[in-house]
Design a protein around this ligand. Structure first.
Ligand code: PMP
Length: 286
């Protein structure tokens, strides 16, 4: 297995970043995750664009052109022989003696990339069965739209879910509305068959998969609404699901121990998951 670190492809076991990297000390880094389906990076441009946005919001320099970066990402898929899985990319503000203030422009950003294979069969079986989620207070900062590696609240939430026998944790804002999952966007389908997910403000990460689902829903003549929904509304929903680049669309069949709908994956959820996978090729770049 090969990783990419600051200009070189190196064996994963020897891939290291300096102890004074700002990603390590201050979470001063952003990341991006591309799903790989059948050997191709899905929604390539969307993720690259969001990476650019995350970098500019934090004023971290781009380490290279998009073209150069693209060729490294494709190479990572190739050399690691990823058929299905993900490519993880992280860019920090660089390595410098610890100081909260940004280093000078002479310090280059650090870049690291890893690849991981995932079993599509296992993911599919999980989706057909549906997952349980728990809910917890959202304790994250005010710029969740930036994909930073500052993921401690997300890790705590996911761990709490695991310990409760669930697969995700939906987080709740001070007004009682669900923001999103620890690593995925949250959706419900109302009794009237309307897809509902929270608007992409600073409160959530604007998922690339989330936007693909909007496109697919439109194509299939489904109605959707971008608005916040409460836990109670989710409990009364006909269907619920999560979306992310690595899980695509996964039905939620239980919230805090209560069944969603009839306790089985919803038909619209499964239909959209199928469309997502079926159209992955047309959204990919080799
Ligand atoms: N919200 C959070 C907090 C996430 O970590 C993710 C996964 N990166 C998402 C939403 C879904 O985003 P995407 O569809 O772009 O993977």
């Amino acid at each position: 297995r090969l990783a990419y670190v600051n200009g070189s492809f190196v064996p994963h076991a020897h891939a290291v970043i300096h102890i004074e990297d700002r990603g390590n000390q201050f979470s001063d880094a952003v990341y991006e995750v591309w799903g790989v389906i059948d050997g191709e990076l899905t929604d390539f441009d969307g993720h690259l664009k969001r990476l650019d946005r995350s970098l500019s919001e934090l004023r971290i320099r781009r380490p290279m052109t998009d073209k150069a970066l693209a060729s490294i990402l494709f190479r990572m898929v190739e050399v690691n022989r990823i058929r299905n899985g993900l490519i993880y990319l992280q860019i920090s503000r660089g390595t410098a003696r610890r100081d909260h203030v940004f280093p000078t422009d002479t310090v280059p950003p650090s870049i690291m990339i890893t690849a991981k294979s995932m079993s599509p069969e296992k993911a599919e079986a999980r989706a057909q069965k549906g997952i349980a989620v728990i809910t917890q207070k959202d304790i994250r900062w005010g710029r969740r739209d930036i994909k930073t590696v500052s993921l401690l609240p997300n890790a705590l939430a996911k761990q709490a879910a695991k310990e409760a026998g669930a697969a995700e944790c939906w987080m709740i804002d001070p007004d009682g509305f669900i923001t999103e999952g620890s690593a995925a966007n949250a959706w419900i389908v109302t009794k009237d068959g309307v897809l509902v997910t929270r608007p992409a403000t600073n409160d959530i990460l604007n998922g690339i998969t989330r936007r693909i689902i909007f496109d697919l829903a439109s194509r299939e003549g489904l109605t959707f609404e971008e608005r916040a929904f409460t836990r109670d509304e989710a409990l009364a929903a006909r269907e619920a699901f999560i979306t992310s680049a690595t899980s695509f669309l996964t039905p939620v069949v239980e919230i805090d121990g209560n069944p969603v709908g009839n306790g089985h994956p919803g038909s619209l959820s499964l239909q959209l998951r199928k469309s997502y996978v079926a159209t992955a090729k047309e959204r990919s770049r080799k």
